[in-house]
Design a protein around this ligand. Structure first.
Ligand code: ZN
Length: 308
């Protein structure tokens, strides 16, 4: 059955290999054809948009948008195993790109779970345990209305641009080839921990209104944490092994910064990085230079106490 979703993309920032129309139905159809998976009909809202691209939150929850999200990643996991050898899979995902842009994601209710303070955890999109080690998942201009989490995942590429996370984001104990956030807004905590990254990670032009945790990761390639604002109530905490260049250019820490127990094997640059609150730098190993430099910033780099 051809795609019936009426959603079309703005393609200005897409790689040329990415097509400008919804491919969700085609993904499920291909999964049915090559793996024998069976699905109920993909729900479409009154505007003709599929359960993924629809922005009608109440309707999406009624029609189990969170369950559909997990079904989609399950289908992608199976198709990932056939890429790039299977011709139709390769055709649907040019250069391995899976275009999941402009989707409003919701999770599934998990009312039986509680956080450490005893408060019930709201709906969660749990992407734990998925292996997409060949396909590059492109999540541009997306909205994430619920908590999103993934433990023990194996990802080639997860790339977000101009996306908005309304609840907590938590990736841990995972493997990435590349992980990218560009121009994203986090209303709550963002945590990326205990993961192994074989290629670059970018976290650029982002705003994190909750706490930020980048702990116990090992980065084999360059990491950019530049042009971002960290505004959390408690802290922005960075404690990882960085084997290549790390760039903090023009980032602003409006929360306490704890850059502690890191290993920087190559240069790390704090060019016009402004620490508006107390900054902790204890326990780090700098094998090359750490550059603290003010060029364009109007304020001093350190506006409060710095602990080395
Ligand atoms: Zn769609």
């Amino acid at each position: 059955m051809p795609s019936t979703c009426t959603h079309t993309f703005k393609r200005s920032d897409a790689p040329s290999s990415i097509q400008g129309q919804c491919i969700i139905q085609e993904i499920f159809d291909l999964h049915t054809e090559v793996c024998g998976a069976e699905y109920p009909p993909l729900p479409h809202d009154e505007d003709g948009e599929c359960i993924f691209h629809s922005t009608h939150e109440a309707w999406k929850r009624e029609y189990e948008g969170g369950l559909w999200a997990v079904r989609l990643f399950s289908a992608l996991q199976d198709l990932n195993g056939l890429f790039p050898e299977h011709g139709r899979v390769a055709n649907l995902f040019p250069d391995g790109h899976v275009d999941l842009r402009e989707i409003t994601w919701i999770g599934m209710p998990v009312s039986e779970l509680h956080n450490v303070t005893g408060q019930p955890i709201g709906a969660t999109l749990d992407l734990s345990g998925f292996c997409l080690d060949h396909l590059k998942v492109w999540l541009v201009n997306s909205k994430w209305l619920d908590r999103v989490t993934s433990q023990k995942g194996e990802w080639h590429t997860l790339y977000w641009a101009n996306s908005h996370f309304f609840e907590e984001v938590n990736f841990s104990e995972s493997q990435f080839y590349s992980l990218g956030f560009h121009g994203c807004t986090f209303e709550d905590t963002c945590e990326i921990s205990a993961s192994f990254h074989t290629s670059f990670m970018t976290f650029s032009h982002c705003v994190v209104k909750g706490d930020f945790h980048l702990n116990d990761n090992e980065f084999e390639a360059e990491v950019s944490l530049n042009y971002s604002r960290f505004e959390g109530f408690d802290m922005a905490e960075i404690g990882s092994v960085f084997k290549k260049y790390v760039d903090f250019t023009a980032s602003q820490f409006y929360t306490m910064a704890k850059i502690t127990f890191c290993t920087f094997e190559q240069e790390v640059t704090f060019l016009d990085t402004v620490f508006h609150r107390r900054a902790f730098f204890q326990g780090n190993t700098f094998k090359r230079s750490a550059v603290f430099k003010r060029e364009k910033a109007e304020a001093p780099l350190f506006q409060e106490v710095i602990d080395f």
